[in-house]
Design a protein around this ligand. Structure first.
Ligand SMILES: [Zn+2]
Length: 134
């Protein structure tokens, strides 16, 4: 029984189910990605870097967090939610990408302005340190 794989082009949206490994999108020529389970990871930064990322994507060695609170605390209030294949995410609270991540993988980007009505910094510190243990 052959294995069939679902593929998707993150550039033009082409989708296909194929028996063989195929590399290039027949519509636009981009590299096709095997569709697996996806997860959202977070990158927080400042306004200047966010402007560059929106246009050019993420450079290799950029940090991502598995939790929003870590991206905010480590990076900044300009938040990117980015789709990753679950199998590529290390089992750690943060990780560095080895290759470019294109803007087409950005799920959402926003500035998170906080106006806290409750702000328990001691409890926040406990959450951040418990994330780091994973
Ligand atoms: Zn395509």
């Amino acid at each position: 029984m052959p294995n069939y794989y679902r593929y998707e082009c993150y550039n033009c949206g082409y989708e296909a189910v194929r028996y063989r490994n195929i590399r290039k999108c027949p519509q636009c020529g981009w590299v096709l990605e095997r569709v697996g389970e996806l997860r959202i990871c977070y990158h927080g930064t400042n306004k200047k870097s966010a402007d560059i990322i929106r246009r050019h994507g993420f450079k290799p060695l950029t940090y991502f967090g598995r939790h929003l609170e870590d991206a905010l605390f480590m990076g900044g209030e300009y938040i990117f939610e980015v789709a990753f294949n679950a199998k590529n995410i290390p089992n750690n609270w943060q990780f560095r990408i080895e290759e470019r991540v294109e803007p087409s993988l950005i799920v959402s980007h926003y500035q998170l302005l906080k106006h806290p009505l409750i702000n328990n910094e001691n409890l926040r510190a406990k959450v951040l340190s418990s994330n780091a243990i994973e």
